[in-house]
Design a protein around this ligand. Structure first.
Ligand code: PLP
Length: 410
């Protein structure tokens, strides 16, 4: 049994949540786009910038050593947090998008050939679609997508059917940012690998809400962004199985990723993980992300997930009463995301009126245009919850939505 989370205790660590927006207390329900930051994360970055800022790995001086220690310690925190076998398998990236692009460029260009299939799903974020389309175009390969059922569950029959062509790579999201659907990542990985594919999981929406163990999942690559997990922007992680990473050529060249550089004899590369980390990294970002994951662990990620599930259920319960309400994504296994459209009312107009009442939600396609096409909508209103949201905030949001819809229909 996970311990029950007290959101008021959590909130006290988020200075931004005390502010007002349009004269009303801020109700921040846009976690899926980016999480707010707790004091320890803000302080860790400040501490680095105030007291030991220096470049990493290059200096013998005290500041550089202190920065390097903190930077590499953060890598170890990430390794433990996602259950990787070694910190060499943790590559610092600018975000999930960057990680997927690295795999597409460094692994994809060497392993995807003419006629090959890359299998994704209809519920992917554009970050897990476009890099594969670009790669496929370059290599003469095809991108195929597994369908989504009416309730927002992945169509498993279609998944198995599409594996019959033996795709080289299967890339899918662990949790959908638009539907909230939680995919059975372990099962999908096992099926895909049995068909001979390498597997990349987009964990952007999973790491902030669920326990992740990459060895248990058995995947080949796993990516996530720091900023959705209470960490800084501009930092993210690519996990790759060591043997695979070792077999891959680096993608970006420059400082940090080399062993010896000679104009005459050419260049040899550093070992993992530095081989994929050209240039000066986002040092304060990495340190901040390490602190964010430690902080999240302190809350207990299962408790966070349970709390967010209660919030989402209460939101659905309240919204369901509105005439013309249609939820997009009602899968039995889902996380704290509520997406909806209301008959005859544009999502953007609802979002604008909610903002005037201090409620921050996201409207639009959420970088999942194929999913919008699948559900024949131009966009949705999406409320997404974090550890700091309360049931009172959910009630405020539901009442504000009702007012907005009534005003727009009047
Ligand atoms: N994948 C999913 C499921 C997301 O929700 C997002 C961001 O919304 C991304 C990938 C891209 O993340 P980033 O823009 O931080 O690289």
């Amino acid at each position: 049994m996970s311990k029950v989370l007290d959101p008021n205790h959590v909130r006290a660590q988020f200075p931004i949540l005390t502010r007002e927006v349009n004269g009303k207390p801020l109700v921040y329900l846009d976690h899926a786009a980016s999480a707010q930051k707790p004091v320890p994360v803000i302080e860790a970055q400040r501490e680095y910038l105030m007291h030991y800022h220096s470049n990493v790995h290059r200096g013998v001086h005290a500041l550089s050593q202190q920065a390097t220690d903190a930077f590499e310690h953060a890598r170890t925190i990430v390794q433990r947090h996602i259950g990787a076998a070694s910190s060499s398998e943790i590559i610092w990236m600018a975000g999930a998008t960057d990680g997927i692009n690295l795999v597409a460029q460094a692994w994809g260009r060497e392993n995807i050939s003419k006629g090959d299939v890359i299998l994704i799903t209809e519920m992917e974020h554009h970050a897990n679609i476009v890099p594969w389309q670009m790669l496929a175009e370059e290599r003469g390969a095809h991108v195929e997508a597994v369908g989504v059922l009416d309730d927002g569950t992945l169509d498993l029959q279609d998944f198995q059917e599409k594996l019959k062509v033996n795709p080289k790579l299967v890339a899918f999201t662990h949790i959908s940012n638009t539907l909230g659907t939680i995919n059975d990542a372990k099962q999908l990985t096992a099926w895909a690998q049995a068909a001979g594919a390498k597997v990349l999981i987009d964990g952007s929406q999973a790491v902030p809400h669920a326990a992740v163990d990459v060895q248990d999942l058995g995947c080949d690559f796993y990516v996530f962004s720091g900023h959705k997990s209470y960490g800084p922007t501009g930092i993210g992680v690519l996990y790759g199985r060591q043997s695979l990473l070792e077999s891959m050529r680096p993608w970006k060249g420059g400082g940090e990723m080399i062993d010896v550089v000679s104009i005459r004899n050419g260049t040899t590369y550093a070992g993992l993980p530095h081989k994929f980390e050209a240039g000066t990294p986002h040092i304060s970002g990495a340190i901040g992300l390490g602190v964010a994951l430690t902080w999240l662990n302190g809350l207990g990620v299962e408790s966070v997930m349970d709390h967010e599930t209660v919030l989402a259920a209460q939101a659905r319960h309240g919204l369901r009463k509105l005439e013309g309400m249609r939820f997009i994504g009602t899968a039995p296994e889902s996380a704290g995301v509520v997406s909806f459209v209301v008959d005859g009312v544009h999502p953007y107009d609802i979002g604008t009126l909610l903002d005037s009442q201090g409620v921050a939600v996201r409207t639009g396609h959420h970088c999942t245009q194929p999913l919008m096409e699948r559900f024949a909508v131009s966009g949705t209103v999406r409320a997404s919850f974090g550890a700091y949201n309360t049931l009172q905030e959910v009630d405020t949001f539901v009442a504000a939505t009702e007012r907005a819809v009534n005003m727009l229909r009047a």
